[in-house]
Structures are given as structure tokens and as C-alpha cells.
Design a protein around this ligand. Structure first.
Ligand SMILES: [Zn+2]
Length: 165
């Protein structure tokens, strides 16, 4: 049975980026006002990267580093929503559609609740699905660990894909 014969797939993604001064904080394609931003070769959108990794996992297509290497100047400062759109080309090529996406951002600060609906809008638009198919949760680690010390932000994502057509 090949991958394309399976009617249902699940993928998991995890990502972490360091918080530094002098960088924008981009999460789910939204620029969030904050005195620190995420460090990375691309725009370091940790939530979008976790979702991309979850999709690639569901497709058994490896991981984000293989497809969009941080050694490639092409991806310097890259808009991660653009990378998500590229990933969606493979979803369609393999004969799948996204059933739903669930995700969690772990950040001590800033408070992300006011931005979650807009993030869901941007992400669902990039994946060409309805906003109700994308869920984003935001939590803290109650000041424990590197997220708690505001050294970085982490994201987790789970994606389910369905065979289409
Ligand atoms: Zn990343």
C-alpha cells in the first residue's frame, strides 16, 4: 500500500527559536509588538515552522530543514507563510487536503490571546482552508525553563490530512 492509498494521515511538528533584541516578533504571519523578536535565518516564525513540519510529517516528506535549508541564501529573511504555501503544493501533489491543524505556542511574554484570531486567519488563508480548521493555543511555562526565562519561544503543531478526489 503506497502513501497515496491511505485515506488519513497525521503529522506532528515542534520548533524553538531564541528571543533576541533587534528582531521582529513574527508568529503565525503576524508582526506582534514586543521588545524582543525571534532569531533565525528566515523570519523565524516558530508557529508556522511547527505547522510546516507537521504537514511534512503527515506526508512522510522529512522535515523543514531538508526542504528549506538555513544555509541557503534564498531563505534569508524568508516569509514563512510563503514556505507554508510551498508546502501546500506537495499536499495537493500527493492527493491530500488538510482536515485540521491544532497548535500550541509556549511563550512567557507577550500575551498572545489578542492576536490568535488574526494568526488563524493568516495561516488558514495560506493553506487555503477555513479559519475553523486551524486552532492555536497560547500558554506559558509559569516562568520555568528557557521559555519561562524569556530566552525563547516554542511551538507544537498537529495536522491531519485526508485523501481528496
Ligand atoms: Zn524554525
Amino acid at each position: 500500500m503506497s502513501l497515496s492509498d491511505h485515506p488519513f494521515r497525521v503529522g506532528f511538528g515542534y520548533d524553538a527559536h531564541r528571543l533576541v533584541e533587534g528582531r521582529d516578533l513574527i508568529l503565525g504571519g503576524i508582526k506582534i509588538p514586543h521588545e524582543l523578536g525571534l532569531l533565525g535565518h528566515s523570519d523565524a516564525d516558530v508557529l508556522t515552522h511547527a505547522i510546516i513540519d507537521a504537514i511534512l510529517g503527515a506526508l512522510s516528506r522529512g522535515d523543514i530543514g531538508q526542504h528549506f535549508p538555513d544555509t541557503d541564501p534564498k531563505y534569508k529573511g524568508a516569509d514563512s507563510l510563503g514556505l507554508l504555501k510551498k508546502t501546500m503544493v506537495w499536499v495537493r501533489q500527493d492527493g491530500f487536503g488538510i482536515n485540521n491543524v491544532d497548535s500550541t505556542i509556549v511563550a512567557e511574554q507577550p500575551k498572545l490571546a489578542p492576536y490568535l484570531i488574526e494568526m488563524r486567519g493568516r495561516l488558514s488563508q495560506s493553506m487555503d482552508i477555513h479559519r475553523d480548521q486551524v486552532n492555536i493555543k497560547a500558554t506559558t511555562t509559569e516562568k520555568m525553563g528557557f521559555c519561562g526565562r524569556r530566552e525563547g519561544i516554542v511551538s507544537f503543531a498537529v495536522v491531519s490530512l485526508m485523501k481528496v478526489g
